[in-house]
Design a binder for this molecule. Structure first.
Ligand code: AMP
Ligand code: GLY
Length: 426
């Protein structure tokens, strides 16, 4: 039986999910809410806000949706899947994304760090403090060796982590945070030890018991060359990641993934959907920096093109408790994605700049729309991150160079991109 699928969200991640699902033999109709001009070429875009549970429910009913995949974290943290799970259905859709309790792995860093500690998952030493514990927070901080890592506990669109080079700056940042720099998101903060290592991203699809491991990726979060400057949503990604060998991966499986699933079970938190483990390798050992309750962006733009296994088949296997019988097939080539962003991003930037795409010559690359808009057949910029260019190559360099060639050919005023994606990997 072919399936009607609804993807929620509007960025490059959702475009990459739509691209992958469109290739499935099991797809009937594909819908994206609200989608973007890129997804419009693959699916029917439906206007609306994915956090509007009533609207999502009506959409599922009207279009006879079999599978709902939630791309971003906010609707999950808001309890979208809770509302969909308790609704009465003649035909209950398969939900890809956790309920509010599971989404707390991402929506509360205080919760997720306590969870890691409780279930012996390797992570940086830490303590959480509320805004009336300023003195205790300052005392704890004074015991740590700089750099000092401060985090808003709640969702802060990837901006809630501040790394200070010395105690003085950390104290100023701490007061800023506790006095509402990120509103309610920083009324509780986490202070933690700095881990010096190299990061990578691991993704699973799970039903809380079994899981499928997707291709490993590495993203590049800083705006500037050689990972300098401000944090962004992500400026590019590569997959596979050369230093993640079988030995490291086995440690990730046993010390992090399995312990997470066991912990969720012990704590009676049901979980169905993707888990994104933000990891750092320190002297050969993996440590968990953070969980996300969804796929990464722009990692999805390299993970989905490299995944050969049918994603709908994987989702059905998740639902039918046979994920352990599905073989994950991966394209052996390298994939790299480079994000074109608006000038000024991640600070202030303008929207509405006309985008000119080359009319030919990109059969070796895929363009994933992140923040674009189309009106009267004119494509314009509509966000900080605009278009992610993914290419394959037999080497990482070949994949990056192919994306760089196309990055130079796409035109819009203020265009900026990093030319060194993958620079730190062999
Ligand atoms: P997050 O928003 O939790 O992904 O954190 C953003 C970035 O801050 C991470 O990708 C790391 O580069 C960095 N970071 C967070 N926690 C630590 C830590 N304990 N040690 C070193 N770097 C960290
Ligand atoms: N690429 C990091 C994220 O999606 O949060």
């Amino acid at each position: 039986m072919k399936k009607n699928v609804l993807i929620l969200g509007s960025g490059g991640r959702e475009h990459a999910l739509a691209y992958k699902i469109k290739q499935s033999n099991l797809i009937a109709q594909l819908f994206v809410m609200p989608g973007n001009p890129g997804t419009a070429a693959l699916a029917l875009n439906l206007p609306g806000n994915p956090s509007d549970a009533e609207l999502v429910k009506t959409t599922i009913f009207n279009f006879d949706i079999d599978i709902v995949i939630c791309g971003p974290e906010v609707p999950l943290a808001d309890g979208l899947m809770d509302a969909l799970s308790i609704a009465s259905w003649d035909h209950k859709p398969i939900l890809v994304g956790p309920t509010k309790a599971g989404a707390m792995l991402e929506s509360s860093k205080a919760f997720s760090k306590e969870f890691m500690l409780k279930h012996s998952i390797p992570t940086a030493a830490f303590q959480a403090f509320t805004k009336d514990q300023e003195q205790e927070a300052l005392e704890y901080m004074s015991l740590l060796k700089p750099p000092i890592v401060l985090k808003a506990s709640g969702l802060a669109a990837g901006k809630g982590v501040i790394i200070s080079p010395d105690h003085h700056q950390a104290e100023l940042e701490l007061l800023d945070l506790l006095h509402g720099k990120f509103g309610a998101a920083s009324e509780t903060i986490v202070i933690e030890e700095f881990l010096d290592g190299i990061e990578f991203s691991v993704f699973i699809l799970t039903n809380g018991t079994q899981y499928a491991l997707l291709p490993i990726a590495k993203d590049y979060k800083r705006i500037g060359i050689a990972d300098s400057g401000l944090n962004t949503g992500g400026m590019g990604a590569v997959s596979p990641v050369s230093f993640v060998d079988e030995i490291l991966l086995e440690k990730v499986r046993s010390q992090i993934i399995q312990k997470t699933l066991d912990g969720l079970k012990k704590d009676q938190i049901p979980y169905q959907g993707f888990i994104f483990f933000g990891l750092i390798c320190v002297q050969g050992e993996p440590y968990l920096i953070e969980y996300n309750c969804r796929m990464g962006d722009p990692e999805t733009e390299v993970v989905m093109p490299r995944l050969k296994t049918d994603l709908i088949e994987l989702i059905l296997a998740m639902q039918e408790n046979r994920l352990d019988q599905v073989k994950i097939e991966t394209d052996p080539r390298y994939a790299a994605t480079i994000m074109l962003v608006s000038g000024g991003y991640p600070g202030v930037y303008e929207k509405g700049k006309t985008i000119q795409l080359p009319t030919e010559g990109y059969q070796n690359s895929i363009l994933f729309h992140a923040g674009t808009k189309e009106q009267n057949s004119i494509l314009t910029t509509d966000g900080g991150r605009v278009i992610s260019i993914t290419s394959f190559g037999n080497t990482k360099e070949e994949a990056v160079d192919t994306s760089l060639d196309l990055a130079a050919k796409i035109q819009f005023e203020g265009k900026y991109y990093r030319q060194d994606i993958g620079f730190d990997l062999s």
